[in-house]
Write a protein that binds this ligand. Structure first.
Ligand SMILES: NC(=O)c1ccc[n+]([C@@H]2O[C@H](COP(=O)([O-])OP(=O)(O)OC[C@H]3O[C@@H](n4cnc5c(N)ncnc54)[C@H](OP(=O)(O)O)[C@@H]3O)[C@@H](O)[C@H]2O)c1
Length: 222
């Protein structure tokens, strides 16, 4: 009996979120055009032609777990060479809540990606690249144009980022509070990088200031 070779076994495998629009879509199209590269995209809708897609709603942590299991099955024996965690949202205030009851920007931009990284960690190839798209808005020192519009973080306390209504320093202006939730949601990149640095993960696009996120692991357990 002959065994059919897995056509993906010698390919570079990229798993990605946020590849359906904006800069992520541009990147996804480039990945698809790159020789010897397989792209597996988590999305709520359709991906660009040539991408394999699996349903993923980062607003629901249970769905993140379902996606990770499906990706695990879909990948077979292939390891992940690059994990691109690019999906991101900005809300006009801090009133929206995820399915799990957490502030939505923090839930999608940060918690869901943190969980996904933890779940897929065993699938990463040695020396794999993990890209977490952050934003200059979290660091007022960067003085980006958008940084003047979106308020910088006041702290990185995950208990208050997950539940802004409990934050004694919550900004009374909805748009400022919404901006802070977005910029704060981008803070944990440094935390994730430092936590997994020993696994040969390279985090790109991170900004320079690293704040300690105090109780991340209490919000999300893999
Ligand atoms: N645009 C900027 O000026 C700017 C500046 C600094 C940093 N960034 C960061 O760069 C990244 C991309 O920004 P962009 O403006 O290019 O994005 P975008 O065009 O608004 O696209 C957002 C992406 O996130 C995905 N997404 C949103 N909510 C999701 C959910 N609940 N579950 C799964 N996927 C979800 C969307 O996928 P589906 O809707 O198809 O599921 C889409 O592919 C974000 O992390 C953003 O914070 C952007």
């Amino acid at each position: 009996m002959t065994t059919r070779a897995n056509p993906f076994s010698l390919m570079n495998t990229i798993v990605m979120t946020g590849g359906t629009s904006g800069l992520g879509e541009v990147a996804a199209r480039r990945f698809i055009q790159t020789a010897n590269t397989r792209l597996l995209l988590g999305t709520r809708g359709r991906g660009p032609p040539g991408a394999e897609t699996l349903p993923l709603d980062l607003m629901r942590l249970e769905n993140v777990r379902t996606f990770a299991s499906a990706a695990d099955r879909e990948l077979g024996s292939a390891q992940i060479n690059a994990l691109v965690l690019n999906a991101g949202l900005l809300f006009p205030n801090d009133d929206t809540r995820s399915a799990d009851g957490f502030e939505a920007a923090f839930a999608v931009n940060h918690l869901a990606h943190y969980l996904l990284l933890r779940l897929l960690l065993p699938r990463l190839a040695q020396g794999a690249t993990v890209i977490l798209t952050t934003s200059g808005t979290h660091d007022p020192a960067e003085k980006t144009i958008i940084g003047f519009i979106i308020a910088p973080p006041l702290h990185a306390d995950a208990r208050f980022l997950a539940h802004p209504e409990r934050d004694p320093n919550r900004d009374p202006h909805p748009s400022i509070a919404g901006g802070r939730t977005y910029s704060s949601s981008k803070l944990g990149v440094g935390e994730q990088r430092s936590s997994y640095g020993t696994r040969s993960i390279t985090a790109l696009m991170e900004s320079s200031r690293i704040w300690k996120v105090s109780c991340l692991k209490e919000c999300v357990r893999p």
